[in-house]
Every structure is written in C-alpha cells, then in structure tokens.
Design a protein around this ligand. Structure first.
Ligand code: HEM
Length: 188
C-alpha cells in the first residue's frame, strides 16, 4: 500500500468533510436568487458532492476497522460513545454519520413518499451534521495543528457562513416580494 491505513483514515476524513461542505454550499445556493441561470448545475454539484462525501466517509470508517494501531469494532463505529479511543469525539463522528445518512436516504430514496415540508425539516439536519463533523475533525484529528489544515477549516466555515447569509437574505426578499404582490389583491 502506498500510504498507511492511518493516512487513509485522515485523508478520507478530510475528503468526506470537504465534499459535505461543497454539497451544503451548492444546496444553499440552489434556492438563492443569484442562481437562476445555474439551477441545474448547482443541483448536480449538490447531489454529486453529497455522494462523494458519503463514499469517502464509508472509506474513513472501513479503514478505522482495518487499522492495526487503533482498530475499531463495527459496534464502536455504529453505537456512539462506546469506543475505547476518544469515545466522545468518535461518538460525534458517528452522530454526524447518522445525520448525513438520514438526509442522504430521504433525498434520493424516500423523497417522493414524504411530504415536502417533512422532507425540508429532515434535510435541514445537514447543518448540525456538518457542524458536528467539523468539531469532530478539529478535535480528534492529528492534523489540526498544521497551519494549512487550519486555513482549510477556516475557509470552509467562512464560505458556509457567507452562503448561508446569502440564502437567508434572498429568502427574506422573496417573502417580502410575495407579501407585496398579495397586498393590492387584499386591498381591492
Ligand atoms: C460524517 C462523518 C465523519 C466525518 C466527516 C469525519 C471527518 C474527519 C476529519 C476531517 C478528521 C480529521 C483528520 C485529521 O486531522 O487528520 C477525522 C479524524 C478522525 N475520525 Fe472522523 N469523520 C467522520 C466520522 C467518523 C466516525 C464515525 C469515526 C469513528 C467512530 C471517526 C473516527 C475518526 C478518528 C479516530 C480520527 C482521527 C484520525 C487521526 O488520528 O488523525 N470519524 N474525521
């Protein structure tokens, strides 16, 4: 193997976090007012990045099982807070994984069976999932002291916050426009 299992664990942790971030950014941009021309492209990027992130996190977890130095049992991966190594921080990884899994399954498989408002409420779980995976990565990772990694984490946080604000402001505008369009009808 070109790189050790430990390096694969770290690499795939970053890849998963990166793709989940990309997926969230394009998911938020998709419904903001700046995107009209790119709606389909943003949707494709949002979905593909979610898939890549999910595949990477499965790899991250599989390498934790085959690792020789600090091997995890399947139960330690699947039941939060029971692992020998860093139980709380590993447990946060498991919680983030379940939240992403729920969003992932409801997006692609159950979306037609659920009402839109239920789907939307479930879908919002990506935001806590992303925050939890960020805390997990920063606090458990061996690379957090590396200045490039810190820049990476800060950049992702900055981008997500900016895009979240863009989405929030554009939804606020849309609501106001709708209310203003309704007014003349209500007044007449
Ligand atoms: C959505 C789920 C997850 C994401 C996005 C994620 C992401 C990350 C990231 C970014 C790192 C930092 C790597 C580094 O600094 O080198 C990391 C490290 C780690 N993760 Fe996860 N993780 C997830 C789930 C899990 C789960 C379920 C477990 C185990 C129960 C786990 C165990 C670990 C361990 C042990 C490390 C430390 C590796 C090292 O020594 O640096 N992760 N993870």
């Amino acid at each position: 193997m070109l790189i050790s299992t430990w390096e694969w664990i770290r690499l795939l942790g970053f890849v998963a976090y990166f793709y989940f971030t990309v997926s969230i950014v394009f998911g938020l941009l998709r419904k903001s007012s700046i995107e009209n021309a790119y709606k389909n492209l943003f949707f494709q990027l949002h979905q593909s990045a979610g898939w890549f992130g999910f595949i990477a996190v499965i790899g991250h977890m599989l390498f934790l099982i085959v690792d020789q130095y600090e091997p995890y049992h399947m139960t330690e991966l699947l039941i939060p807070f029971i692992s020998d190594y860093q139980p709380v921080l590993s447990g946060l990884g498991t919680i983030a994984f379940y939240l992403f899994l729920i969003v992932f399954l409801t997006s692609d498989i159950w979306i037609r069976k659920m009402g839109f408002s239920v789907w939307k409420k479930v879908h919002i779980a990506v935001l806590p999932a992303w925050v939890i995976s960020l805390v997990h990565g920063i606090l458990i990772g061996s690379d957090t002291k590396n200045p490039f990694i810190l820049v990476f984490y800060w950049s992702t946080v900055t981008v997500v916050v900016i895009v979240f604000l863009i989405r929030y402001i554009s939804e606020h505008h849309k609501k106001r426009e709708k209310a203003m369009k309704k007014q003349p009808v209500e007044n007449s």
